[in-house]
Structures are given as structure tokens and as C-alpha cells.
Design a protein around this ligand. Structure first.
Ligand code: ADP
Ligand code: MG
Length: 211
């Protein structure tokens, strides 16, 4: 197995473990302001991807991400399946830079998030996972452009995710099922924002241990 395939599987395992550890909390949030299936959808998607990705030995990062996006899209289902699928596929596509040009991971991630915004027709303030992913993309790019140390970059990413997730608590939703609830959605974190933040935090913690 190649080094980056092994690293990719490790990151996925960390993300899946964090979701497992908080499954009840997320289920309660989605029962309150969604239809209750978000965490089981995501767990099924991550398990399916972990099994599939074990065989993707010789793949480079762009191909790993593109294949993962296709897997997530078909196995998670719901709104979050198509959105996470779009993130990975668009990021993989962006990283497939033409010969000789290097595209940073931060830029690739920002491209992926941009594609999600278009797919979901959502932006910051709509009480969705984009309230986490957009600030994370911005913080990551800013840290990369100012050539921050890896530890500083990781810290900035984790903090943007945490603040973004927390920001959804007092919002009413502009998109997704919670938007049907109007004022009744206020007071709850968005389930998709919370799962995005949990996965990012788990990955950051793992990477902090290896920098
Ligand atoms: P569904 O709402 O189809 O049951 P899930 O339960 O899998 O989908 O995921 C719900 C999450 O998806 C929400 O908490 C929210 O973060 C995210 N979401 C829903 N609609 C959108 C959208 N249009 N743009 C971005 N994120 C969205
Ligand atoms: Mg749902």
C-alpha cells in the first residue's frame, strides 16, 4: 500500500471515529431540526468509503479524492451525500493540475467548497455545513498565503471550524429541511455543521501529532 493511501485511510478512520463518538448528539440535533438520518447516513458513507479505499493502492491524491467523492455521493444519500460528494470530486479535479503547475491543498479545498456552494445554492448564514466549510477554506488559504507554520495553519483551521459551527446555533435556516421550521430552528447547532466540524477537528488533531 502506498504511503498516501495509508495516510488517507488513517484520516478517514479518525473522522469516522469522531462521528461515532458523537453519534447520539448529532442524531438528537437532526431529530430536532431535520429528519434524524444525518449521522447514520454519514456513518454508512464513511464505512463504505473505508472499505472501498483499502483497494485504491496505487492512486495519487486527485484520483483518491475523485473516487471518494463518487463513493460518498452514492452511499451517504440525502442533501449531505451530494454535497460531500461534490466537495471531494471538485477538490480532486482542482488538484489535478496541469503538468508543471502546483495547486496547494488549500486552493483545492477552496475550489471544492465553491462547488458545494453552487450545488447547494447556499452560503454563510444559511445554517448548513457551509457555515463551517467556508470559513475553514478562507482560514486555510490565508494561512497558506502567509506561509504560516503547519502548526499555526492547523490551529487556524480548527478554530474557524469551531467558531463556524457555533455560529449556526442562533441562526434560522435558509436552506435544507431546517428552513421549514423558521424560528423553531433557532437554538440548535446545524447537524451538518457539527459533523463537518467534528471531522475537521479529528483530522487536525491527528496531523498536529505528526507535525
Ligand atoms: P437531508 O436533509 O436530505 O435528510 P442529511 O440529513 O444527510 O440530508 O443532511 C442534512 C445536512 O445537510 C444539514 O444539516 C445541512 O448542514 C446540510 N444541507 C442541507 N441542505 C443544504 C444546502 N442546500 N446547502 C448546504 N448544506 C445543506
Ligand atoms: Mg436528513
Amino acid at each position: 500500500m502506498s504511503a498516501h493511501n495509508r495516510e488517507f485511510l488513517t484520516l478517514l478512520q479518525k473522522a469516522a471515529a469522531a462521528i461515532g463518538d458523537h453519534a447520539e448528539e448529532v442524531a438528537a440535533l437532526d431529530q430536532a431540526i431535520g429528519d434524524g438520518d444525518h449521522v447514520t447516513n454519514l456513518q454508512r458513507g464513511l464505512e463504505t468509503l473505508l472499505r472501498a479505499a483499502a483497494d485504491w493502492e496505487a492512486m495519487d491524491w486527485p484520483d483518491l479524492l475523485q473516487k471518494s467523492g463518487m463513493s460518498l455521493m452514492s452511499s451517504i444519500g440525502g442533501a449531505s451525500g451530494s454535497l460531500y460528494g461534490t466537495l471531494f470530486m471538485a477538490m480532486g479535479k482542482a488538484l489535478k493540475a496541469p503538468e508543471g503547475s502546483a495547486v496547494s491543498l488549500a486552493h483545492g479545498f477552496a475550489q471544492g467548497v465553491q462547488a458545494m456552494k453552487q450545488r447547494g445554492k447556499a452560503d454563510v448564514g444559511d445554517k448548513t455545513m457551509l457555515d463551517v466549510l467556508i470559513p475553514v477554506a478562507q482560514a486555510w488559504r490565508a494561512a497558506t498565503e502567509s506561509q504560516s507554520l503547519p502548526a499555526v495553519t492547523l490551529q487556524a483551521i480548527a478554530e474557524a471550524a469551531r467558531a463556524g459551527c457555533e455560529s449556526t446555533r442562533d441562526m434560522i435556516a435558509g436552506k435544507g429541511r431546517a428552513s421549514f421550521l423558521g424560528e423553531r430552528a433557532r437554538g440548535y447547532l446545524d447537524p451538518g455543521a457539527r459533523t463537518s466540524q467534528l471531522m475537521i477537528e479529528a483530522i487536525v488533531r491527528h496531523l498536529e501529532g505528526s507535525t
